[in-house]
Design a protein around this ligand. Structure first.
Ligand SMILES: Cc1cn([C@H]2C[C@H](O)[C@@H](COP(=O)(O)OP(=O)(O)OP(=O)(O)O)O2)c(=O)[nH]c1=O
Length: 194
């Protein structure tokens, strides 16, 4: 296994992604670029996550040093073919939590690496079993945890993850924002390839 990595740039303002990459033992610096996160309506949910992660990585091509590697990610929640991003306000968060309550949904994180002018992108998907939440529970969560920076209006790592998530299938870290095992595997692949 390769354990020494070229200089890594994490292009993410998400504190959860920063913490996960740190836990992986990878040294990195954070560089942020403004990216338009719109996507063509015909894309499937997994394609959307990969498309946006790619766009975030493409923003770096000209500004990169020869051996630097950029890592970007995008997390979406999807249920019944709908893509749920971050809630706009409290009412929107309530609407989103009502869609998820008592049902099973998928959390998809798209990841992109930019290395030596090439993009390498993939996604991971986790199934989340949500129990029914009363309206009171939803407002309690929204008012206390303000999940406006979270896709699907919830954080599995918060109160709601203990109170409402019965089980998951797949990677927990993928739900938090970065599928660390896959990231490690894919990094090995592109570095071995060079
Ligand atoms: C479903 C879920 C999402 N999230 C977070 C992960 C992501 O930070 C966020 C989804 O938004 P993203 O657009 O993927 O990421 P971001 O805007 O926070 O950061 P950046 O674009 O700079 O990389 O939701 C949790 O923390 N816990 C959860 O359980």
């Amino acid at each position: 296994m390769i354990t020494t990595f070229p200089p890594v740039i994490l292009a993410s303002k998400s504190p959860r992604r920063q913490e996960l990459l740190q836990q992986m033992g990878i040294d990195f610096r954070v560089v942020l670029k403004d990216v338009d996160e719109s996507f063509p309506a015909f894309l499937q949910p997994a394609e959307v996550a990969v498309y946006i992660a790619r766009k975030k990585a493409e923003a770096f091509d000209d500004s990169l040093q020869e051996n630097e590697i950029v890592i970007t990610a995008d997390t979406i929640v999807t249920i019944d073919g709908l893509i749920l991003g971050k809630p706009e306000d409290e009412q929107d968060a309530f609407r989103i939590l009502s869609l998820l309550s008592g049902k099973t949904h998928e959390v998809i994180t798209g990841v992109a690496f930019l290395y030596k002018h090439k993009i390498h992108a993939f996604y991971d998907s986790t199934t989340v079993y949500f129990r029914g939440l009363s309206d009171e529970d939803k407002w309690f969560y929204i008012r206390n945890f303000k999940p406006f920076d979270k896709a699907g209006a919830y954080g599995i790592q918060e109160w709601i993850g203990h109170a409402a998530i019965e089980k998951i299938e797949g990677s927990y870290n993928n739900v938090v924002g970065l599928p660390t095992f896959r990231v490690y595997q894919e990094l090995q692949k592109i570095l071995a390839d060079k």
